[in-house]
Design a protein around this ligand. Structure first.
Ligand code: PMP
Length: 418
């Protein structure tokens, strides 16, 4: 079928013809007796509670003395004076928000400088920043996975891709793209799916997977993609600042620096301690995103404070590349120590270590027991785990000392569910 010329036009669902006045009068429907339109939410909440899947926001105190292994501040830059100072300076200069879309009034020198330095750091021609990593992924996949005059492409996706890549893929599919899934991190399975492609195809994968912290073989995926003339789209949210020499990310680590058939997304909210996201790639890729990506065109630009903070963080990282080695080292030590204590911990390639828990309820209780002993860890339960198995999630930080690592191991080990 020919691709729609207006894939984003909302088409109405075909509904049955309206009931006649006589039928309406004969039906017993009375608005006063009808349930409240949100009453169904109570039943849904109860079912989540019964399954141990309630979720709550938890405010953190400014000056609590918890040892934090739940956040994504991998390099210890969230409160770095240069980063916080640059964010504050940017807010004073430009205001608390961007004030509009980048295409209208939301663009500043800071955004452009950040884009130039991010592109140079990754070795791509160009970069484009977004208000979040989530919107960057929606942009990358929907814009590059769009149909053209020759038809709609096939998107070949790792089954364990992040929720934002999955949502992006669903949007692209609604606009005509076809989708194939391959077993997690199995490049050969991706090749089999590509063999079924007629016409354009793209391979989509996280680099570091956020649940177990494992790294996909991006070089193998690139090889497979190239053999079929397909593009490769990678989400390097957990790779920036952590993976590769000096934290230059998964492309550099995989020998794909400068590859013009690869595009990559990152977040500014983890290792760079700020907020926002970016897509990096060739000039023509970025131009296409600027002109067509809906989460670029219709979204307010990245807040200047976030751009300034991220830029300062990137400069700290360039000046102190050993931070990237340090965070990987701490993650490895955490994983080894947990396994020595008989726990089922993942073997991390980046900052994230996860530990299997017997049930969602046990994971919650384990987290609470750690918190009571001064260590904050994260917790992953369905639907955030692709295999349905709940876990504690520990994120290493470059600034963790040996004593901190020992304390985490002792607390997590001594509170394990029996
Ligand atoms: N991709 C991955 C792999 C992530 O883990 C996240 C954040 N959880 C995102 C994208 C989204 O990034 P952001 O939080 O900046 O929207």
């Amino acid at each position: 079928t020919a691709p729609s010329r207006r894939p984003w036009t909302l088409r109405a669902t075909r509904l049955p013809p309206p009931a006649t006045a006589a039928a309406r009068a004969a039906s017993a429907f009375s608005p006063a007796a009808a349930p409240h339109p949100f009453a169904w939410l109570d039943g849904a909440a109860r079912r989540r509670a019964d399954a141990g899947l309630t979720r709550r926001t938890v405010p953190r105190a400014v000056d609590d003395d918890l040892l934090d292994l739940a956040g994504n501040d991998y390099l210890g830059l969230l409160r770095h004076p240069d980063v916080v100072g640059a964010a504050a300076d940017a807010a004073r200069a430009w205001g608390a928000g961007a004030g509009g879309s980048r295409l209208v009034t939301g663009d500043t020198d800071l955004h452009q400088e950040l884009e130039r330095e991010l592109a140079a750091f990754y070795g791509t021609e160009s970069a484009l920043v977004f208000s979040s990593g989530y919107t960057a992924n929606l942009a990358m996949v929907t814009a590059l996975g769009a149909a053209d005059d020759d038809g709609a492409p096939l998107l070949v996706c790792d089954r364990y891709n992040h929720a934002s890549l999955i949502d992006a893929t669903r949007l692209a599919k609604a606009a005509g793209a076809r989708v194939a899934l391959f077993d997690h991190a199995e490049a050969d399975r991706a090749a089999e799916a590509l063999a079924a492609a007629r016409g354009r195809a793209l391979v989509l994968s996280d680099t570091v997977f956020s649940v177990d912290g494992d790294l996909t073989d991006a070089a193998a995926l690139a090889l497979v993609a190239r053999r079929h003339g397909a593009a490769l789209l990678l989400d390097d949210a957990h790779g920036l600042g952590v993976v590769g020499p000096g934290g230059r990310g998964a492309l550099t680590a995989a020998g794909l620096r400068g590859a013009d058939d690869v595009a990559v997304s990152v977040t500014l909210s983890k290792s760079l301690g700020a907020q926002g996201g970016a897509v990096l790639g060739s000039r023509r890729v970025i131009r296409h995103l600027v002109e067509t990506a809906r989460t670029f065109v219709f979204d307010t630009g990245l807040a200047p404070a976030a751009a300034g903070g991220a830029l300062a963080a990137l400069r700290v990282l360039r000046g102190e590349p050993e931070r990237a080695d340090a965070v990987r080292d701490r993650a490895r030590r955490l994983s080894e120590g947990l396994r020595e204590r008989g726990l089922d911990a993942s073997r991390p390639d980046a900052a994230v270590v996860s530990v299997r828990a017997p049930s969602p309820e046990a994971a919650l209780e384990w987290r609470a027991a750690c918190l009571a002993k001064g260590v904050r860890v994260g917790c992953f339960r369905p639907p955030s785990v692709p295999d349905g198995r709940s876990r504690l999630r520990l994120t290493a930080r470059a600034t963790l000392g040996a004593a901190d690592v020992d304390r985490v191991l002792s607390v997590v080990g001594s509170t394990r569910p029996r």
